[in-house]
Ligand binder design. Sequence first.
Ligand code: ATP
Length: 304
Amino acid sequence: MTARVPAKVNVQLAVGGLRPDGFHGLANVFLAVGLYDEVTASPAGAPGVRLTVSGRDTRHVPLDDGNLAARAARLLAERHGRAPDVALHIAKDIPVAGGMAGGSADAAGALLACDALWGTRTPQSELRALAAELGSDVPFSLVGGAALGQGRGELLTPLEVGGTFHWVFAIADGGLSTPSVYRECDRLRVAAGTGADADSVPEPRPSQPLLDALRTGDAAALAASLTNDLQAAAVSLRPSLTDTLTTGSSAGALAALVSGSGPTCAFLAADAESAEAVAAALNASGHCRTARTTTAPAPGATLL
Ligand code: ATP
C-alpha cells in the first residue's frame, strides 16, 4: 500500500510570543504543493516497524523510533490494539529539514498506508486526531489543499482556492532545525527591544487580503500579501539565503520568501513560463542545490 503525500509552503506564518508552555501561538496559512514523498507499507517479515528510506540527502533521516513515520505506525497500531508489524519504505523527494514539512508528510502517509494494509478502516476524524498527536503539521499533510492553522497549528480550517498557482522552490544544501529557527526569532525580538513573550508580541491573526487572494486565485494579490515571521531568523542563521531570494526576484518572480523555517526558498511566479525562467536563473546561479517548478494547491495524502 503506497500513499503519496505533498510538501507545504506557508503563505502566511505569523508567529506570536513565546508562551509559558514553550510554544508560540501561530496564524499559519498552509498551501500544499506538488512535491511529494511516497510511503509504502508492506507485510513485515519480522515483528515491529522496519524502516527503509531512499532519495537524496536522506542521511539525516532517522531510521529508529524517532522517525515520524515509524511513530505514526506505532500510534495507529496501539489505537487498534494490534502489533505494529510492518515494513515501511519512504521514497523521499521533499527536502529534509527544509521547512516543507517532509517528516509530517511521512507521518500522514504512514497512517494512511498502514490503515489500508492492516484493514483497520480508521474513520477520517480519528485519523485527523492521531495526526494531531504526532505533530502540529501532520493534520494538514493528510488534508492538503489550503488551510488556516491556528493555536500551535493543529486547529485546521480548510480554505477555498480559486485557481492554480505556479511556484519555484530553491532547495538548499543541508537543513535548518525548526526549534533553532524559533529560538533565533525570539532572540531577534529581544535584541530589537520588543520582547519575545506573549504579552509583548501581538496576537497572530490571519490576513484577510491573503485569504481573498487564495479564494480568487489572484497570483499578484497573493504575492503582495505573503509573509513569514520566521524569515528574518532563517536568514540570520543562513545569511546566504539573501542571495537566493534576490536571484529569484531578479529573474521575475512576483514574490520571494523563505518556506516555513527554511532553508528552502519559495518563489511565486505569474505563470508556468515565468516559473521556468526563475528556476533556470536559480539553477545557473549556484545559490541553491537545485530549483524545482511545481503548482499548488496539491491534494492531501492519497493512496496510489
Ligand atoms: P517543518 O517544516 O514541519 O518544520 P522540516 O520540513 O523543516 O519541518 P523535516 O524534513 O520534517 O523538516 O525534518 C525535521 C527533522 O525531523 C529531521 O532533521 C529529522 O531529524 C526528523 N525526522 C523525523 N522523521 C523524519 C522523516 N520521516 N523525514 C525527515 N525527517 C524526519
